[in-house]
Design a binder for this molecule. Structure first.
Ligand SMILES: *Cc1c(COP(=O)(O)O)cnc(C)c1O
Length: 468
């Protein structure tokens, strides 16, 4: 007698046989013959593997196999890039898409990207226009800049600025500012990639004005100041105040470039965050060129914004690199819509999700957490649910040391915290949690109240899955 495993395998249907199943008939209308065959093959192979591994002591029923084939077909149609719920509390979570756009952006993108637009066309004259002009006025108003240029991201902005202002020339930069930001962006390497030569000034913890002054030569092309967004040198430190640096740059007739990273348009002290200069203040203090991101604290789409003196920006507009770094019309539309909100500060605070999330007080977070916990408890799942105080991070390399007081809903199930975390990520609407003390935390700072119902529905689905 054949062994039991071989007996089960002998009963596995052939692909052609499955193709005739009634349960798959509607699928054959929706999917191509090849897609259907591939899905059947995949599921039959998986079933064969499970039998061989001793996981099944009989074949699943035909209806079960058919349902798995349908799931497989659906999964193949799913988008790779998808919406998730950010329960980590990190507002600018680089891996989860950084800033969340304002609903106000949607209509402007819809209007201009789904129809023809005056992207590079002057309506007044009927002549060819420039895509870069659309943002000039609003950014001038918000920052006081003479001129403006917008590119694909801030890394591109720094690259374009240095490649325009200091090709084959020395770029002076403090040793304490030769930083790496977000993994692949390293200031020394960007200077080199832009065709510049790094001239390190001062020491890691202390750089004086005299150090800069002594470093100037005939080949100095620019003085670069980098906002050390994602780390702090503490203790015995010193750096040169912007106005002094600006005066020196002016005396030597070399542009002072400031890579601000986040680039604040509003004073963040209102959110309980420590003081950092806004873009406007940096320009007023004498920076010739300032660069910053569109999708950090500004709360817009990925973009790199360059503001500063017209003589320098004009040169950048003529740089061939600009074509390779240029901003797309959807980004342009989203950025203009975001910036418009800033024209009225109260509107910005109400409409820009990043600012709204940062503005939530601990008490507001507590109320939100209690609400979410109640909804989860009402679902009567096999989960222990508690609310506790915790802290959230700003993220995106901004304010690395500063944590915001928040409240979290923590979940505990029969399985280990890691298993539950995987399960939370597994559904149609993945929920990204943070583990602390063997519990999965959902920080409500980054979960909008409108997401509570879908979140609980998702929890119900995953907690009621059989065999988990
Ligand atoms: C984030 C950051 C960058 C890179 O900006 P992207 O928009 O991510 O390209 C460059 N410089 C500083 C100081 C930053 O903080």
């Amino acid at each position: 007698m054949a062994n039991p495993i071989q007996q089960i395998l002998a009963q596995l249907p052939a692909v052609d046989e499955c193709l005739k199943w009634e349960a798959l008939r509607t699928a054959s209308e929706t999917y191509s013959h090849q897609q259907l065959k591939d899905a059947i093959q995949t599921v039959l192979n998986q079933t064969r593997q499970r039998v061989l591994a001793g996981e099944l002591d009989q074949l699943p029923a035909q209806t079960v196999i058919a349902a798995t084939i349908l799931d497989c077909l659906q999964a193949a149609q799913k988008f790779s890039l998808q919406r998730v719920i950010n329960g980590t509390g990190t507002v600018l979570h680089t891996n989860l898409g950084r800033s969340v756009l304002s609903p106000a952006v949607q209509q402007q993108v819809e209007q201009t990207a789904f129809h023809y637009s005056n992207l590079e066309f002057e309506l007044a004259t009927g002549k060819r226009g420039s895509r870069y002009e659309h943002l000039t006025k609003v950014i001038q108003t918000l920052t006081g800049a003479e001129d403006v240029l917008v590119v694909n991201n801030n890394a591109a902005a720094v690259l374009l600025v240095l490649s325009t202002l200091a090709p084959q020339q020395e770029v002076l930069v403090s040793r304490g500012e030769l930083v790496e930001i977000g993994g692949a962006f390293r200031i020394p390497e960007v200077i080199t990639a832009a065709g510049g030569v790094i001239r390190e000034v001062g020491t890691t913890n202390k750089t004086h004005l005299a150090d800069y002054a002594a470093a100037f030569t005939d080949t100095t092309g620019a003085l670069l100041k980098v906002h050390t967004s994602n780390y702090r040198i503490v203790g015995f430190t010193e750096s040169v105040p912007l106005p002094e640096l600006a005066a020196l740059a002016k005396e030597k007739a070399v542009p002072l470039v400031n890579d601000l990273g986040s680039g604040l348009l509003l004073d963040m002290r209102r959110f309980g965050l420590p003081y950092e200069p806004t873009v406007k203040e940096c320009l007023a203090q004498g920076c010739d060129v300032v660069t910053f991101s569109g999708d950090k604290l500004l709360g817009g789409p990925q973009a790199g914004i360059i503001v500063g003196k017209r003589v320098f920006i004009e040169q950048m507009k003529k740089n061939q690199l600009l074509r390779a770094l240029r901003i797309d019309k959807m980004t342009l539309a989203a950025l203009e819509a975001t910036l418009q909100l800033y024209l009225t500060e109260d509107v910005a605070l109400k409409e820009i999700p990043v600012l709204k999330m940062l503005a939530q007080t601990a008490e507001e977070c507590r109320q939100k957490a209690e609400h979410l916990a109640t909804l989860i408890k009402q679902a009567q799942l096999k989960l222990s649910v508690t609310v506790s105080p915790d802290t959230s991070a700003v993220g995106g390399g901004s304010y690395p040391e500063h944590l915001l007081p928040t409240f979290v809903v923590s979940l505990e199930a029969d399985q280990t915290a890691e298993k539950l975390q995987t399960l939370l990520r597994s559904g149609e609407l993945p929920i990204i949690s943070r583990i602390k003390n063997e519990r999965n935390l959902l920080d409500v700072r980054t979960i909008d109240e409108s997401e509570f119902v879908p979140l609980v529905a998702q929890l119900k689905k995953i907690m009621n899955e059989p065999d988990l």
